[in-house]
Every structure is written in C-alpha cells, then in structure tokens.
Design a protein around this ligand. Structure first.
Ligand code: X2X
Length: 338
C-alpha cells in the first residue's frame, strides 16, 4: 500500500505537532527496554514516518515492554559519530548507508558500485536475495545485526549551483560533496572531480557557504533536505543506488527475549517495504515540484560516465577490493560489470 505525498506530509505534521523533537514516543511507564533509534533524515522523510508506525506497533504488540525512541536528522550526532555510538551501545538502533558502513564493513559498499543496478526490480532482487544476504553476513562479523529488509534511499542524481552535468567531462574539477565513504571518494576521483567527504548533517551548510558547488543524492533527499534552496541544477545520472541498513547493536539486540526480537524484526521489515514504496512515489513526483520552484533538470546519456569509470580503472579497483565471491554475487543480478 503506498501513501500519497500529501498523506505522507500530513502524517509527519501530526507526529511533529504531537511531539517536540526528538520524536520521542511517550508511553506509560513500564517499558522494560527503552531503545534509541537514530537516523540522518528529516522528520518528513518516509523513513521516520514508517519507523514511527513500526515503533507504535512494536510497543502495542509487546504490551509496552519495548519502547523505541526515534531521533531523526542526526540529532544524536553525525553518521560517523553515531556509528561509533551504535558499536559501543550508546544507541541501540541506527539506519546507515551501506557505503558509509563500509568504513567498518568494506563489502557493505557492494550495492553502491557505479551504474551497477539498471532499475529497482534488479535492486530488490539483489538486496532481498544473495547480495543482501552476503552483506548482512559480513555485518554480523563486527557485532552488528542488520534487519533482513534494507530501507530505500534511492538512485542518486548530481546537483550543482553552477551548471548542468551533460557528460563525464563536466565533472572534471567539480568541487562535490560526497558522504564519508571510500567508494564515493573513489568514484568522483575517477571522474577527475574534487570530492569532499562531508556528513549529511553538514551538507546544506557546505553548499550554502560554497565550500562545495555540488552534491549527489536521490531527489527525495534533495527535496526533504531543502537542497534546492542552495542548488540550481539537477542532472539525472542515476549513477548509483543506495539504501539504509536498519542496524542493531548485537548485545542490545540479544538482550531482548526471542519473542520481542521476532515482533521487532517483523514490524521493522514490514516498515522497510512500505518505506520503499513511499520513496519511489516521492522520487517520481518531486521532480515536478522542484522544477516548479526553479530547479533546472536534465537527463544526460550515461555512456561517457561509464566509459570514464572503466578507463580510470574504477571497476578493476573495486573488483580487486571486493574479491571474486562478492563480485560474482553482485554480477549474478547485474550481469557483467566494468
Ligand atoms: O549523506 C547522504 O548523502 C545520504 C543522506 O544520502 C546518506 O545517508 C548516504
């Protein structure tokens, strides 16, 4: 069931009106387990709407025993900081891009390989199939637990304050913000750009103060982070798909009795599937809204970008880094890469 964008915003308005930030779900005393869930997206993002629905359902089905408190918009710290808190148990849950997680779990960047996925059908077959299973097994090795269903971030587009990007040559020398991840830095260095690793929480300011002239994100993030206020051009490159793993600190997860773990994972995985539909709706409708607000869109052919990555040795570099097993698992869904 997908919900319209209007309902999406109404849902947020209600939750925002009902609670001051952080989105703290007040519940009758008596929660045996009060767990913190942190994420980097605004309250208005489908992630927080669906996460709140899941938290409500979990609290109800556990008779208040498990109370999940939601902290959106990097309120508890940047992605880099919050990953450390997750590992120490300072927060019990955190949704994080696999590419940022790859600073700790290198194979978690697998889904972010440039132009690997041609469409969402391939994304979900891979991420709900052997690629997702492979990455979750690697995540488990660092004492984190990833829920089965990855949440959607989306296919990423390049925005700038200076020009439309029409081919790979336009990326040469471009001062572009990328999230803190070796894969992102590697990709834009392969394009001869000047990538700057900046957390999501500092992205808007970096663009506003011209520390960087560009960034790349799905349209839903461009809109919900209000990046169109500081970016003029949006080039639909679809150069990468990325998602958010719903991660748990292993000790905190295993402190929960098995029946509470079963209830929590059931509702969190269901929320992920609903959130995917919401994000697809937003990514399909927001371009018109952003254009009406003055953003200039173009849809470049991607051949020159792929050729540039290939000639720069990007695919060969990452095939060696990931190893044959991971690469073969990905190519099972994407076909031959590089
Ligand atoms: O930091 C970003 O660009 C974001 C919000 O897309 C991620 O979390 C990867």
């Amino acid at each position: 069931m997908t919900i319209s964008r209007r309902k999406l915003i109404q849902g947020v308005a209600l939750s925002a009106a009902a609670t001051a930030a952080p989105v703290k779900l007040v519940y009758a005393q008596g929660a045996e387990f009060t767990y913190k869930y942190a994420n980097n997206t605004p309250l208005t993002h489908p992630m927080n709407i669906r996460a709140k629905q899941a938290a409500d359902a979990i609290r109800a089905e556990t008779n208040g025993r498990l109370d999940i408190q939601i902290f959106p918009s990097s309120q508890l710290g940047s992605d880099t900081d919050t990953l450390s808190q997750l590992r120490s148990g300072g927060v019990e849950f955190f949704t994080l891009s696999g590419l940022i997680l790859s600073t700790l779990v290198p194979p978690a960047a697998l889904n972010g390989l440039g132009f690997a996925f041609p469409n969402y059908d391939t994304v979900w077959r891979a991420m709900d199939g052997d690629v997702g299973a492979y990455v979750r097994a690697q995540i488990a090795k660092v004492n984190l637990v990833a829920m089965d269903k990855i949440w959607d971030n989306g296919f990423r587009q390049i925005t700038t304050s200076t020009k439309s990007i029409t081919n790979a040559d336009d990326l040469r020398g471009l001062k572009i913000r990328v999230p803190v991840s070796p894969m992102w830095t590697s990709m834009f260095k392969a394009f001869d750009s000047s990538p700057a690793s900046i957390n999501a929480s500092e992205m808007y300011t970096a663009l506003q103060t011209k520390v960087v002239d560009a960034q790349e994100n799905p349209i839903s993030v461009v809109s919900l982070f209000k990046l169109n206020e500081v970016q003029k051009y949006c080039s639909l490159t679809n150069h990468m798909w990325d998602g958010f793993w719903f991660l748990a600190n292993r000790r905190a997860w295993e402190r929960l009795p098995p029946n509470l773990r079963e209830i929590a994972s059931k509702h969190l995985n269901a929320a992920a599937v609903s959130q995917r539909a919401d994000v697809a709706t937003l990514n399909g409708t927001l371009q018109q809204e952003l254009a009406a607000k003055g953003m200039v869109f173009n849809a470049p052919k991607t051949d020159s970008f792929r050729d540039k990555l290939r000639s720069a040795g990007f695919y060969a570099e990452w095939k060696a880094k990931f190893g044959d097993e991971a690469w073969a698992t990905l190519e099972k869904y994407t076909g031959k890469l590089g």
